[in-house]
Design a protein around this ligand. Structure first.
Ligand SMILES: *Cc1c(COP(=O)(O)O)cnc(C)c1O
Length: 233
């Protein structure tokens, strides 16, 4: 009897293959397992297979699951919309925030980051499609926001994140390329002080991560391809 590879094995194989095709070394891309709607047991099972980084969109849901998983030493990433009355809990219970789109929120996160913890890692969420809709800052606003965040003591700007609009015919290649170029420009306009920290391009999900890796993603956010379809609540 042949054994089916696990979804994680299949996914890792696809990630490695995409890296090789892009001429990038294996292991350059971090897998962020997006665990919204998944139980603590499902997260524990994936952790047992070696996954260390988990992403949550809803604060209350994350806070409910985290205590049962505290023994695993997981790295938690917040990837959902942020209301200002939630910043204290986010600053206390996560290592990363990918969905930063306002200076006011960055200030609160920095002020509320517990002194016992290392700086909170931040990515600015960019609205790469420049649609009037959705979350994320417009491309033109990225440099000023990045410069302001770089002054805050208890957060560390690590890079950029995007969720391109669904259904693009190029599998979001143009959007990913724009985000990669924007990060590269930011590295040039913010020399010295923070350049070494701008190492993260958080882009690519289950349907488009291979394209994102070809365009330079350093972290892919994967839910469905790891856990199966989400049950709508
Ligand atoms: C849900 C979600 C993902 C994962 O989506 P899949 O298509 O299930 O891989 C990635 N990033 C964000 C911000 C999400 O909300």
């Amino acid at each position: 009897m042949t054994q089916q590879p696990t979804p994680l094995k299949t996914l890792q194989h696809r990630i490695d293959h995409s890296c090789r095709q892009a001429g990038r070394p294996d292991g350059e891309v971090t897998l962020l397992a997006v665990s919204k709607t998944r139980s603590a047991d499902e997260i524990r099972a994936l952790s047992a297979q070696g996954v260390t980084d988990f992403g949550e969109n809803y604060l209350q849901e994350a806070l409910a699951k985290q205590p049962a998983l505290a023994d695993l030493g997981l790295t938690w990433h917040f990837i959902g919309p942020i209301q200002s009355n939630k910043t204290r809990d986010i600053a206390s219970h996560f290592a990363w925030v990918h969905s930063l789109d306002r200076l006011k929120i960055a200030r609160r996160l920095s002020e509320q980051r517990p002194p016992s913890l290392p700086p909170l890692n931040l990515c600015i969420q960019v609205n790469v499609d420049d649609e009037a809709s959705k979350s994320g800052v417009a491309l033109a606003e990225v440099p000023a926001l990045a410069a302001a965040i770089a002054q805050l003591p208890n957060v560390r700007l690590r890079g950029l994140m995007a969720i391109p609009r669904a259904g693009a015919t190029d599998n979001n290649q143009a959007a990913f390329r724009t985000l990669a170029m924007t990060l590269s420009q930011l590295r040039h306009t913010m020399p010295g002080q923070t350049a070494a920290c701008l190492d993260t391009l958080s882009m690519g999900m289950s349907d488009d991560f291979e394209t994102a890796i070809a365009e330079g993603a350093t972290l892919v956010r994967i839910g469905t391809a790891l856990f199966g379809p989400r049950h709508v609540q």
